[in-house]
Unconditional design. Sequence first.
Length: 259
Amino acid sequence: MQLLSQHRVPRLGGMPSTAGVTRTFRPRARAHSRGTRCVAMLLGVVLGHAVPLRAQPRAFLGIESASAGAALPGEWRTRAVRGERAPRSRVMDSAGTRFLRVEGTDVAGWFVRPVEPALRPSAGALMWRWRAPVAPAGADLRARETDDAPLRVFVAFGKLRAFGRAPRTIFYSLGGPEPVHHARPGHGSRDVYVVRAGASADATSWVDVRVDPFADYRRAWGEEPPDIAVVGLLQDTEQTRSRAVADLAWIRWVPDGGT
């Protein structure tokens, strides 16, 4: 994956049970590739209006009432990484399970939703259920030229920083052959932190993921975290020029003690 440094995003207007294997990840630090001015541009249009709210259960995907075949609901915004094609997203229903499918070949695109009100630092977890029926061939998070993933869940903290720097962002990525807790500084940005949140080979069936973004922020940057203002998804296969199919059943914030 490469985050294009000059990606221009049009200004947006008002922001309008299947069993799984539960896995808890306690990752170490890692950050992302290709500069982050595009992240600043993309996230800047949805930051600045969120009012913090004390922790309570929050659901983010919002596909419960969507029709099969529909794209993501209006709360989400989709943009291709500059110079690339965005993956396709559609709501699907199979065996009574509703989920979002994201798929494409040689693609790179964002799906972004503001967290309104913003989520204050607190004890709890971000949880989701995903699978990857098709993973990008040859992907490996350890090298820039193979840094692709069938799906990444990300969170952005706070507002745009000085000199237009993007908000600090953590990407939880479905990886490949990397070590279990693989995480490292990225290719040129200290404001992005990428974590391997499981392997695609282990996620051909539904897998539940549970992470603590606030704890990961402290681990990555050694500071107290600001509010979480954005939740998003990213599929990128432009490095390996290959195909990926990934599904997401739900994503939510659960306060400490919740499930």
